[in-house]
Write a protein that binds this ligand. Sequence first.
Ligand SMILES: [Zn+2]
Ligand SMILES: [Zn+2]
Length: 342
Amino acid sequence: MKAMVLNELCCLEENQTPLELMELPEPVPAGEEILVKVSACGVCHTELDEIEGRTPPPHFPVVLGHQVVGRVKATGNRVSAFGIGDRVGIAWIYSACGSCKFCLTGNENLCRDFKATGRDANGGYAQYMTVPEGFAYRIPRVFSDSEAAPLLCAGAIGYRSLRLTGLKDGQNLGLTGFGASGHLVLKMAGHRYPNAKVFVFARSAKERAFSRELGAVWAGDTAEESPEKMDCVIDTTPVWKPVIEALKNLEPGGRLVINAIGKEEADKDYLLRLDYHTHLWMEKEIKSVANVSRRDVSEFLALASEMSIKPEIQEFALEEANEALVELKSRKIRGAKVLRID
Ligand SMILES: [Zn+2]
Ligand SMILES: [Zn+2]
């Protein structure tokens, strides 16, 4: 099968073709696994973190990609939930131990044995992949394969982030950064909390304009002071400046949720601008989001279908994965990038 493969960590600024098109053997599904013929795979900022070593894969070569949509082509001998031809989605959570205190309470995203699709196990930048059947989801009919792919990461983790903010209807929600997750969170917030006001902080004028088109009441640059204080903020950027600047705009008792698997080192000294009284005092909270649970993925898919959330997408061929990643790195973002795979 064709696959775009990562052979070693590298820096995208020096090497703009980190993935190599290779012919790999088609994987064989064991026991509870299904073999999926991939048709679409979303391109996520986490792939940049994997390539550049902020969340490094434990082994090489590895096939990246954790927003996968395809059809079941074969099943292991203990598979019961899916049959040949079923359309399924696969998300960031590839597997977890199933028996620790986190797994037993639905917090499998925190399991010490958490395995990530496309990092700890081969993912969807390929024609085929296998996954345990318990970690595959039926995709609601209303979505095409390409539309469903970005929902599986940006959407599901956006849903989890929104849950973790504790936002109530009528409150102010800030979003720092406005990529794939941001635009889905804005749509979700508008549906679930029709009286909440969404404010967007983004350094790109294009992203700000896009957020206003989608219903943000205000959009400004990362460092701007918002016209009203925020009850909660979700940060989806890979850097530190928006964290400090968002804390400044929080209400007393407000919560900042950082939805990022890693932060880049480049502007880390911005943290020295932290002024206790301006940024943290008055019971302001900071909370991170780690991974997703199966519940997040299932609930979000149902919500997205009910709301007819359709992500804005930009399609690439599998062979163009490097171009898509470089564009993502240089923040050429309008909606979510998706690889189409034959
Ligand atoms: Zn992702
Ligand atoms: Zn566990």
